[in-house]
Structures are given as structure tokens and as C-alpha cells.
Design a protein around this ligand. Structure first.
Ligand code: PGA
Length: 246
């Protein structure tokens, strides 16, 4: 099975027509397209190969939660993947406590959960060891409510996204494949030590057609979470081609 490429469109594009056009042009096997909620249904309608993803979810099934979108609603739209704990959501106030509830509920609902973890710039400046310590603590908190090993095995993916490497963050420049591999190996080792299982770990943070080969050719890196470059269908297709050629 080839490595997984996940497109995170964030709050883009502005119109449904643009979203449908982008989805058609980005459709590919072993890819996930995660558009904003209002576009999920129409985007699904044009995807022949890629799976549908959401960028967030609420943990309760239904009820008085104004503005939240539930797991049942996503499942009803045939969403297969959900991104949880993205750093842009954490920056808006989403805590590890909330993330742990979402992870637990998402796994239990049999969605594939893409849990994003990553250290910020100030932690990274302290070095790789400090960054590893940060990631270990973050993972522990985000998985604190999840103890069903079977669900973790079947449904959990982790995306290592150093916050400072995300294209829209200040100075955002991709990590080096070497350092990303080191962090990803560390995350995998944590998962083996803590849960005795192998977890797929993607890299995210300024992945572009220029650097995709360098990241995706690392055996430890199981795929990519792509933001900015997924909004340009030519760039996204190029990343898919690079993945396919490995
Ligand atoms: P980027 O975004 O590819 O634009 O850096 C990745 C992400 O935020 O998931």
C-alpha cells in the first residue's frame, strides 16, 4: 500500500464551486481530501478514489451544542477520516483535555483519526530532546481517555506537524527530512512502548512538490499532511505522482 497523502484545505476555498473544482482535480487513490464542513457532501459526490476527511469533530452524538458538528453527522456524510488536534485549533484554545475526548469518540465511531502533534518554535529552539519531551507529554494527554487497543490499532494515525514548520505560521519552513524522521521514529517508539503497537505517522509542515520526495522516501514517514500545497491542484497532483513513483 502506498503512503497516505491527506489534503487539509483549512478554511478554503471561498465558494462551493471552487471546492468542487479543486476536489475533481485532486482526486487520487490513497489520498484523503479534508474540506471545510459545508463542502463535505458535494466534494464526496465528485470523489471517485480519494476518501473524505473532516478537519474537526465534536465528541457528543447530538444535543445542545450550538455550532458543533457531531460524529453521527460526519458518519452520515460518509466521512472516513477526521483530523483532530491541529495546531491551528490548539492555538484557538482547544486543549489536550478536549482533544482527548474527540480522539476517544472518533476512534470509537470507527473513523480514522489523524491526531496532530508537534512542538512550537520556542520548544524546538531548546533542541530535539526538549521537543521529544514535549511530544511525549502531548501524546500522553491526547490519548489519556483512550484505552481500547484494538481501536487504536485499527483507527489511529498520528501526524507529526512541528508548529513552526507549517506554511502559514511565522517563518514557516519545512523541517529537514532527517529531523522529521528522528521525531517520527521517536513517536513510533513511544507507541510501541506504551501500547505495544505500530502506528502510522505522517509528516506535515510545508510539504510541497519540491520537498515531497525527500520526506516520502524516508521509510519511517508513512505519508504527508498537506495544507497550502493542497489548494493548488497542480502541486497536489505532483505530490501524489511523487508518492506513486516511490
Ligand atoms: P502546510 O499545512 O502544508 O501549509 O504547512 C500543513 C497543515 O497545517 O496541516
Amino acid at each position: 500500500m502506498s503512503k497516505l497523502i491527506v489534503a487539509n484545505w483549512k478554511s478554503n476555498p471561498d465558494t462551493l464551486a471552487e471546492a468542487v473544482k479543486l476536489a475533481k482535480a485532486s482526486d487520487a487513490k490513497n489520498a484523503v481530501i479534508a474540506p471545510p464542513y459545508p463542502y463535505l457532501e458535494k466534494v464526496r459526490g465528485v470523489l471517485k478514489y480519494a476518501s473524505l476527511g473532516a478537519q474537526n469533530v465534536f465528541w457528543e452524538k447530538s444535543g445542545p451544542y450550538t455550532g458543533e458538528v457531531s460524529l453521527n453527522q460526519l458518519k452520515g456524510l460518509k466521512v472516513k477520516y477526521v483530523i483532530i488536534g491541529h495546531s491551528e485549533r490548539r492555538r484557538l484554545g482547544e486543549t489536550d483535555e478536549l482533544i482527548s475526548k474527540k480522539v476517544k469518540a472518533g476512534l470509537a465511531a470507527n473513523l480514522k483519526v489523524v491526531l496532530c502533534v508537534g512542538e512550537d518554535a520556542s520548544t524546538r529552539r531548546k533542541g530535539i530532546t526538549a521537543s521529544k519531551r514535549f511530544i511525549a507529554a502531548q501524546l500522553k494527554k491526547d490519548l489519556a481517555k483512550t484505552n481500547n487497543l484494538k481501536l487504536i490499532t485499527n483507527n489511529l494515525l498520528i501526524a507529526y506537524e512541528p508548529v513552526w514548520a507549517i506554511s502559514t505560521s511565522k517563518g514557516g519552513r519545512a523541517d529537514t527530512p532527517k529531523d522529521a524522521t528522528q521525531m517520527i521514529s521517536f513517536i513510533k517508539k513511544l507507541m510501541t512502548n506504551n501500547y505495544k503497537l505500530k502506528t502510522k505517522v505522517l509528516y506535515g509542515g510545508s510539504v510541497t512538490p519540491k520537498n515531497a520526495k525527500a520526506f516520502l522516501s524516508q521509510p519511517e514517514i508513512d505519508g504527508a499532511l498537506v495544507g497550502g500545497a493542497s489548494l493548488n491542484p497542480r502541486s497536489f497532483k505532483k505530490i501524489i505522482q511523487i508518492r506513486n513513483s516511490l
